[in-house]
Design a protein around this ligand. Structure first.
Ligand code: SF4
Length: 302
């Protein structure tokens, strides 16, 4: 539930992401909306490395589906090519014209002075994740499972929760020969946050809705690819019940700030800026809130 996380971190950033940048892709969009749209699509070197790992694994599994096996070294080379391509697109600023097709990174947009070693570390990070994926037991489980038992996931899947459309993106799911369902999420960040658990429980609700998975026979698995650790999360009735109350509360507090919940209309004034400058420091929208950085004055209301 990245939306939930964004809301908790800074209401104004949440507004910019989900409302202020809306229709920024249109040629006739006002400059301020276009700017928010470009910034919204920025990643940073860590999220970009994570994205490359996810895309590489998805590609490896997808090719397996059609009978083509990709070895570790080939996967690493493909990932390195993606990293280089994305880095180049970002450094050359191509994302400003087409943020959807070109990678844009916070580090380039905000001219962060990074030594080359920091970029090299991203390559090492991606390699480590792929090493751990290839060595993992879950990879063997997936490859040994008939593809007919892989559960279909669309890039932008949704389910309806008490009248609200919820976007989800589990990485993989399958049914075992015994009829149990496993919902899998690869993680490229630090292991073990409570947010990860909440997120996979939300995927459990999606699994029940989309595939009619019996909660008694469902588990979630979080695989932390940087360290090779994993965590199993039960997706039984109790866990789903807890997930339902968390989502209900989260959606309620988001809707509470809308000017018109029925039409999903929002105004920035109702979404305050965070007072935590450490959040602003790495925020994609920083230049919109703070023309000078670091700020000298107290929190400004816009
Ligand atoms: S710069 Fe700070 S206040 Fe502004 S949107 Fe980002 S986190 Fe929120």
């Amino acid at each position: 539930m990245s939306r939930d996380r964004a809301f908790a971190e800074c209401r104004r950033a949440y507004y910019f992401h989900y409302y202020g940048s809306w229709e920024g892709w249109k040629p006739a969009a006002p400059a301020s909306v276009r700017e928010l749209y470009v910034l919204k699509n920025l990643g940073n070197r860590f999220t970009f490395a994570g994205r490359v790992v996810h895309e590489t694994i998805a590609d490896v599994l997808n090719r397996h589906r059609y009978g083509r096996e990709i070895g570790l070294e080939e996967a690493k080379q493909a990932a390195l090519d993606s990293l280089r391509r994305g880095f180049r697109e970002s450094r050359e600023g191509l994302y400003r014209n087409d943020p959807k097709r070109n990678v844009g990174l916070f580090e380039h947009e905000y001219a962060v002075d990074l030594p080359d070693e920091d970029w090299v570390r991203m390559r090492d990070r991606v390699d480590r994740c792929l090493d751990n994926f290839y060595a993992s037991e879950i990879r063997s489980v997936i490859l040994e499972t008939r593809v007919e038992n892989w559960l279909p996931i669309d890039a932008l899947d949704t389910f309806t929760f008490e009248g609200t459309k919820v976007y989800v993106a589990p990485d993989f799911a399958l049914k075992t020969p015994q009829g149990n369902a496993i919902v899998i999420d690869w993680k490229t960040g630090r292991p073990g946050t409570e947010e990860d658990r909440k997120q996979i429980v939300c995927y459990g609700l999606f699994a029940r809705d989309k595939w009619e998975v019996d909660p008694k026979r469902a588990i979630g698995e979080l695989h932390y690819l940087q360290t090779g650790e994993s965590r199993v999360v039960t997706l039984d009735e109790a866990a789903l019940k807890e997930g339902v109350s968390h989502m209900r509360e989260s959606i309620r507090s988001m809707k509470e700030l809308l000017t018109d919940p029925a039409l999903n209309r929002a105004e920035p004034e109702r979404f305050p800026l965070t007072e935590d400058r450490t959040v602003c420091e790495t925020c994609r929208f920083r230049r919109v809130c703070w023309s000078d950085w670091p700020p000298h004055d107290s929190v400004r209301e816009r």
